[in-house]
Design a protein around this ligand. Structure first.
Ligand code: NAG
Ligand code: NAG
Ligand code: NAG
Length: 240
């Protein structure tokens, strides 16, 4: 009854990723679990999104008939909350930016300071995510108390000159300029905090029709409800 090294290593690694106060590591990925109720309204919403998005991208005119089966996977990313000193060429101004990363994707909100953005970020986490995080923690650590650490709070960034923090800060300013038409330049990262958050990958087998024939596809949708982010990662025809 030896626990394989791999498991011990994984748990140690996960613990480090989740509880290190730097929390700046790359995405944490868990295993796939079967979806018990494919008729769940949220699953239907994800499935409809996948087909609609595929139609939009490919020009196909598929319609969803049913969700045959599916699996979900909890993945964790990091929220970065940074205070950025910027200049528009003549004046300097501080902004608070909130950026989320998971793997290579980044999503950003950018506000002229104030607490509003912060509380939006922490309070918009729906029950599903809180539940997923609690479940993940329970599975990983069999210790309900630990879930607080995971759901919980923001940890200060010790080294604001860390190259990865600089990258996040530059991304936030560039993205803000792109969206707003401003021409801000980053002067420095004043301070910042990070927070680990969990999202979900959905892998669904979808039965569709183009009007004359039915065909099954495997769709993967990645959802991060706390920032209202959803993306169709893949949509491939299944043989049979
Ligand atoms: C820079 O910002 C200041 C203060 O908000 C503003 O008065 C000034 O017109 C801006 N300059 C440029 C070049 O946008
Ligand atoms: C539907 O798909 C079938 C099989 O792929 C194809 O033969 C048929 O032309 C398609 N019909 C329409 C309306 O696209
Ligand atoms: C969404 O997924 C597609 C396909 O994998 C990818 O090309 C695109 O960059 C993704 N978009 C975001 C915002 O992650």
């Amino acid at each position: 009854m030896k626990i394989p090294c791999l498991i011990v290593f994984s748990i140690a690694l996960l613990s480090m990723l989740l509880f290190s106060d730097a929390a700046r590591s790359d995405a944490l990925v868990g295993g796939w679990s079967p979806i018990k109720d494919v008729n769940d309204p949220h699953i239907a919403e994800i499935a409809n999104y996948a087909v609609t998005e595929y139609d939009k991208r490919s020009g196909a005119k598929l319609k969803l008939l049913s969700v045959v089966k599916g699996q979900t996977q909890v993945v964790a990313g990091t929220n970065y909350r940074l205070v950025l000193e910027t200049t528009n060429g003549s004046a300097t101004k501080n902004y608070r930016a909130v950026t989320n990363t998971l793997g290579k994707s980044k999503i950003s909100r950018f506000g002229p300071g104030g607490l509003h953005t912060i509380y939006q970020a922490t309070m918009k986490i729906p029950c599903l995510i809180v539940f997923s995080i609690a479940l993940l923690s329970m599975l990983l650590f069999s210790d309900a108390a630990r879930s607080d650490a995971l759901v919980g709070g923001w940890s200060p960034i010790k080294d604001v000159n860390d190259p990865h923090i600089a990258e996040i800060a530059n991304y936030a300013v560039t993205e803000y300029d792109k969206r707003s038409g401003a021409k801000l330049k980053l002067l420095s990262v004043v301070k910042g905090q990070t927070q680990v958050v969990a999202g979900t990958n959905y892998r669904l087998v979808l039965e569709t029709t183009n009007g004359s024939a039915t065909k099954n596809y495997r769709a993967v949708v990645w959802e991060k409800p706390w920032i209202h982010f959803r993306n169709l990662t893949s949509f491939d025809p299944l043989l049979t």
